[in-house]
Structure formats: C-alpha cells, structure tokens
Design a protein around this ligand. Structure first.
Ligand code: GLU
Length: 306
C-alpha cells in the first residue's frame, strides 16, 4: 500500500519543534560546535522512486560516523568475509571511542562502527586503493548520483588537530598487528572520510541500496548480494547507534547508523530509506530530535522490521 509520507513528515516536523534546543551539539571536534542546534531535516527515498522531505532536508551536514557504513559496504563488497578476521560483529557495550576493550581483546575491535573498527576498515581500504577516503567519496557520489558531494576540509582539519584518542586507538592496534598502513595516514584518511557532507535527501538516496537488498534501486546496479546486504542491516540494528542500539531498536524498530553530526540513516528493507538530521545529541550521542522523529515515523506509518 502506498502511504502518503508527506503528511507524516509534516506532522513530525511540527512535533519536533520543542525538542530542537534540548540536545547538545557535539563540541569535541571544535568545528562541529558551530552548527545551530535548531536545525531539523528529514527525507524519505522510496524504492519506487518517490521522494518526500521536510524542514532542512536540502541543507548539508557533517556525516561523521555515518560514513563508517559506506566505508564498510565498500570494503565488504571488495574484500568479502576476510574483513571479519580483523574486526568483530558484536555490540561493544562501551563508548564509540573507548580503548579499554582493545587491550584484552588483543587489538581486534568489537565491530566496524566503533572508531577502532572503522579505523581497521580505513586501513583495509588504504591497502586496496591509492587513497581510502577518495574511494569512499567516489562511492557515495555514485550511490547518491551526485558528483558535487565533497569533504569539508575545515571539519577534517579540526578533527585531525584533535585526534589524540583516535591516534591512540590506531597505535594500539598497530602494536597488535591489526593496522598495516602508517598511523598518520590512516588517521588523515579517516578524518577526511568523516568530514563528508551531504543533505538528508542525498543521504536517503545513497543508502537506498541497503533497503533494496544490495542493489541501487534507480540504476539496478548490484553493490552487494542480498545476503551481504542483510548482514550489514543486521549490524546496523545491533551496533549502528552507539551504545544505545538496544534502546534505539526498541523505540524505532529499524536498522540505522547515526553520527555525531546529528544525522541518522535508517532503512525500511524492501520499502524505503530515511535520513534525518538535527545536530542536538542526546546523552548517548544520537540525535535527540532525529531519534524521536524516526520513532514517530515508524509509529505513524505502522511500519518497521518487526
Ligand atoms: N569523526 C568522529 C570521531 O572519530 C566520528 C564520530 C561519530 O560520528 O560517532 O570521533
């Protein structure tokens, strides 16, 4: 049944207004703290080609950890299951930038969505491609059919200047033999990758292949086979929203990946992909208004994976 997502998005846009000043904009990357917490955008890309949007859906924002999903999809599509010898598939139960588990798990990160795991994926891409972050950028440009998508070099530099913890994680993994390229170049690639900016409308389109079982809906190009796409969806559900994936699944009921820029990409397999952005974060690091918006979306549409 075709639903009128536009009236649902308009309702949600109205409902989130009181929440927009409640979250806290990330400030550990200094450049990110300059974004106004009052922004809110949402876009739905239906697999039949219909699109819907509300609010600031055409304003670019910093993707940050959402790029980890695209980097993982690229690495998985090229390298296959061998990537799981270097990174796990379990929720970490720890903050996304934690070091502690790495010591007793001998440099193998719990999953590809915590920073340690994402750095391993960057390292895998750096071995395969001339420049890992360029490979990810070209990949998302192709997925969104938007050649103007780019890095934000000021955000990238801001993160690189303060990347002490990520560097520590990378050195730690190198000591365990789980980082093959030089730490400085992996960190540089990772910071540039995280700085990619997109609009909600672009992000929903770029993620739609994961809702369409691995195949880009508008071009028919297969990025991942259906089984691999299922596996990435499962990882998003269990590990994609920081240390709150259980609560996010309880509230929203969709696989999703969030980022400290305040964006969330959520998937309704076989139906649509949804991107939402609001930079104010809750205590777990997920967009406060964004999570609420997705919770309302699956409630009002009565659609989720459950
Ligand atoms: N570039 C950010 C970092 O490594 C990404 C964090 C995030 O969005 O979760 O700290």
């Amino acid at each position: 049944m075709l639903l009128d997502y536009q009236s649902i998005l308009d309702t949600i846009h109205r409902e989130v207004q009181p929440l927009l000043r409640e979250g806290k904009v990330a400030d550990y990357i200094p450049e990110l703290s300059k974004v106004s917490p009052g922004r809110f955008g949402m876009a739905v890309y239906c697999l039949d080609g219909r699109t819907f949007s509300a609010g600031d859906a055409d304003v670019k924002f910093s993707l940050q950890s959402i790029t980890k999903l695209f980097a993982l999809a690229l690495a998985f599509s090229r390298e296959g299951d061998v990537i799981w010898t270097r990174v796990g598939r379990e929720p970490s139960g720890n903050p996304f930038n934690s070091l502690v588990q790495l010591e007793y798990e001998r440099g193998i990160p719990r999953n590809p969505f915590i920073n340690a795991g994402a750095l391993v994926i960057t390292d895998i891409l750096a071995t395969r491609f001339v420049q890992a972050e360029i490979a990810v950028l070209q990949f998302v440009r192709m997925l969104a059919d938007e050649p103007a998508i780019d890095f934000d070099r000021i955000v990238a530099q801001s993160e690189q200047d303060t990347a002490h913890r990520n560097s520590a994680i990378a050195y730690f993994m190198k000591d365990f033999g789980n980082l093959h390229n030089p730490v400085a170049s992996v960190i540089g690639s990772y910071c540039r990758q995280c700085s990619i900016t997109m609009t909600c409308a672009e992000l929903a389109k770029a993620g739609s292949f994961l809702a369409q079982h691995g195949t880009i809906p508008w071009s028919g190009m297969e990025i991942l086979d259906a089984s691999s796409a299922k596996r990435l969806n499962a990882l998003m559900l269990t590990c994609g929203t920081y240390d709150a994936a259980g609560d996010f699944a309880y509230r929203v009921g969709l696989p999703a990946k969030s980022g400290v820029g305040g964006g969330i990409l959520a998937l309704m397999p076989g139906d649509a992909s949804i991107a939402v952005w609001s930079p104010g974060l809750d205590a777990t690091g997920n967009s406060l208004a964004g999570t609420y918006a997705l919770e309302r979306f699956t409630t009002l549409t009565a659609r989720s994976i459950f």
